[in-house]
Design a protein around this ligand. Sequence first.
Ligand code: SF4
Ligand code: ZN
Length: 740
Amino acid sequence: MSRFIATSAIRGAHAIVGEAEQLLNDSLKELGPDKPVGFPNTAYFLPVIYGLTGHRVEKLGDLERPVRHARGLLPPVPRENLWLPYLGETLDAGMATLFAEESIEGVRFARGEQPEVRNGFRFNGPIDDVQMRSWGIQMVDGRMPGFAAIVGAAKSNEVAVKIVRELQSKGLLVFLSSSVNGRSIVDQLLEEGVELGYDTFTVPFGSDTYSAIYALGYATRAAISFGGFTAGNTRDILLYNKFRCFAFALALGQVDDKKYATAAGAISYGFPVVADTLIPNINPTGITQYEHVVSMPFDDIPGKDDVERAERLVQRCIEVRGVKIKIAKIPIPVAYGPAFEGEVIRRDNLRVEFGGKGGMCFELLSMKDMDAVEDHKIELVGPDLDTAPEGSKMPLAIVVEVAGRKMQKDFEPVLERQVHHFTNGAEGVQHMGQRDITWIRIGKGAVSKGFRLKHIGEILYAKLHEDFSAIVDKIQVTLYTDPEKVKELLAQARQIYIERNVRMAGLTDDAVDTYYSCVLCQSFAPTHVCVINPERVGLCGAYNWLDCRAGFEINPRGPNQPIPKGRLIDGTAGEWEGVNQFVYEHSQRAIERFTVYSLMNAPMTTCGCCECVMVVIPEANGVMVVSRDDYSMTPSGMTFTTLMGTIGGGQQTPGMMGHGKYYLTSKKFLLAEGGFKRVVWLSANLKESMAEELKEVCEAAGDPDLLDKIADGTIATSVEEVLAYVTEKGHPALTMDPIL
Ligand code: SF4
Ligand code: ZN
């Protein structure tokens, strides 16, 4: 144990704890002990304090205990030359630092000083629970290996961008905080026009070192929700992170006492620290899986230029943490990874686009005989994209043909839908829509790096092989830009889309004898089972019956298993013997009965990632449906997030249930309670975004004006208001059988 690091860390911890005490005392005097304290949109209070001690901080007065605890953990500052044989005291100082830092951020929230706004830029502050869960799912299914917490500022803007791009292309989440001499990596990235935010997997926490605590708050919540630990289970939470969360800190630029202190806290989570400056290494392993602190002075890294050095630095971080990177290198001239999926190509950066208003672009994936497909044949028919004038539109047809012994015609749409997700992963390529409403925009940067249309083929080829090797053996891609040819093929494609629609419409619950399960969310909701039938998608909206059937073919031991329906018990509630048995066996024997069409009678369990939540409103004899992207108050007295905290985690709660938004349009929607006519309140954004589909549902229900009779957040946010509105409108729910 280096005495230098120990001394600095302990000295830093003393300073931070002192600051927390001072700030808390001043704020208590100013605002009083009852002033509410909390991070936004989380059910985990101040998560590090809550997770590691079980203590719930809800108001300023609640902070006295953790701050006192931090003080109690502080070891005396060692004399400069004292040799400390163990990490113990430094780790205690690290823990004290974390409690103090989180307390400081809590007070700042109470004071309205967080999230930070600096030079007109609004930092993100802590990650909300919804985002934490959605990333958690990606960690569970292996799409995302972990996160990198960057602290400080890089040698140059160029290096900053390269480091972040490297991390993104490896699928790592990137958290950004702190500064060096008043300059932060966030400044560097913003100056270079890098888009920051949840969509690009980069979260700017704040410009000071304290904001790095949000990374550990994220890790703590992930352990509680995905590891299934209760708050206060310190050891388990820390061990879970050590073994399951592939995270590390990367300190760029000078490391001061406060950064050492924070790093000492990160080490307790098993997260090693790599610094790009000369600091003493701490090599013995134990708390972290590998080295604790690794120094890699930037200018000493071998490489022909800074960009290459940046690449090696990231490589070293990954080795130190033992991060498993699954993402295969795709032979295209731009970076590739899930972090680029959320990228937006704005007008001034647009080189060429396909589809969109007045354009013509479609994609079609079909199954062919083995002999009819030549693997890895990628062809372009017509001019390439660099021949088009800047900012113009070209027609495009993406025709993918696949062959495989286990491929089935029904899997065509399942694979075709991946085109969106796959092409979006390329840096500088934005893909929207599907089928004949596909709209692709390509940025100037991508084209100048050499991106051409055949690279779309390369991406599809590589990714389809990677993700669907169990059903696909051969893949060929043809891209057409010749206008006459695209037009001709489009007419044929439309015919095929219509045939598929007809086939899908005929695929009803009654027409099949097998449903499918999805238990992907059991990693954090151990008793949760999604039963997915042709007329009802999974809660998250991401998987339908066909997806699950394909999922089972791809991975017979995976999360999607066939469920033979067995003997029918109740057709209206949707209860079958086979389903009950399956759910019982796969819910750790926690759920004995389970209906697929009822809210009141043994409804499905709810995990944490559902698109909508439905809650009974007895006073109005109906139900309300709130969507995840509706942040406002609902008539139940709870927001979506609070509702999720109440029913999520794999529970079965009669009267409350999560579901996918397209369940609203199903003929089997709430069959047991009378169908769509039971909906008395619906999130305004759903009313708007699904207006057309819902109109059809209302017509089918024999009440074409029904949608207008349903209240929303702009009309009613309390039960009384809902009741007044539906009474005035003569909503049919009022005269239906009592729902309770
Ligand atoms: Fe989770 Fe259900 Fe979606 Fe599967 S279908 S990921 S279990 S919510
Ligand atoms: Zn889920």
